[in-house]
Design a protein around this ligand. Sequence first.
Ligand SMILES: CC(C)=CCC/C(C)=C/CC/C(C)=C/COP(=O)(O)OP(=O)(O)O
Length: 305
Amino acid sequence: MPFSLYFSPTPLITAPSPLSKPFFLVPYYHKLHAPKSPLCSSMEHALTHQGKQEAFDRRPEDSQALPLGLRRDAMPSHVAVIMDGNRRWARLRDLPVRSGYEAGVESLRKIVEICCKWGIKVLSVFAFSSDNWFRPKVEVELLMSLFERGMQEDTGIFSRENIRISVIGDLTKLPKALQELMVNLEEATKNNTRFQLIVAVSYSGHYDVVQACQRLALKAKCGLIEPSDINVSLMEQELETNCTEFPHPDLLIRTSGEFRISNFMLWQLAYTELFFSQSLWPDFGEAEFLKALLAFQQRQRRYGV
Ligand SMILES: CC(C)=CCC/C(C)=C/CC/C(C)=C/COP(=O)(O)OP(=O)(O)O
């Protein structure tokens, strides 16, 4: 099926101009698509949060697919993953770095498929951190080309499988063609309801909290809110995870035997259960994912109470 068939009929050049947005948000027009206007955003937030469970449909085949021991009623809604160890995987096999990342993309495809089958609603992956810009230029270019190829190749699958793609992070730093591809893909899949894949690119937890604070400060400066109005809920409306109905990961998995969060979703991980896997990301398959989910289902979440 030709790639273009899956894309929104709206060409990118017709995306609303920054000037058509409220003036106080213009400096923060960091994505090509218009972010929600601040006043609409809170109403929309409230509305979309009503009945959020119902928004995700389940396919008949999904209910048959749970492995023994895994409980559907205790499944995490949102799983976040730090996909670490791709270069090490390649090095161990005397392969070029490219092969490690390509194997990483395959691993991601597998995990997305499993999430759909097992009824996980949101998967967030840390695909490129703000600090990854400091890696050698060839490696950065390699990753950018992989993102571009991966997103192009899978466009059909996303539509067919009813998968929504969201991209979070400072996209202004990405090559223009990639920005356009991402915006089009988000637009083309925005009404898909079975599963949401959030790809964090040029993202860090610090970046997210800072951009949210800047947006709130601007609203306060414009008289839309008082500084004393700022609370957890207002902050969360400005964080980039406002693209999902499940903004707090229930489970964070980090592969490759490292025990760090590495500046991923710092705010959102406040009460997340952590699972550290020894597997390198390209080796992280169904068996290890099942292990992480079974461990999660054993945990008692008390939220400090
Ligand atoms: C289309 C799409 C979303 C693709 C995702 C591709 C992918 C697997 C990206 C991971 C990128 C990354 C910087 C991982 C960190 O570990 P590392 O690989 O640098 O490994 P190391 O810790 O062994 O050095």
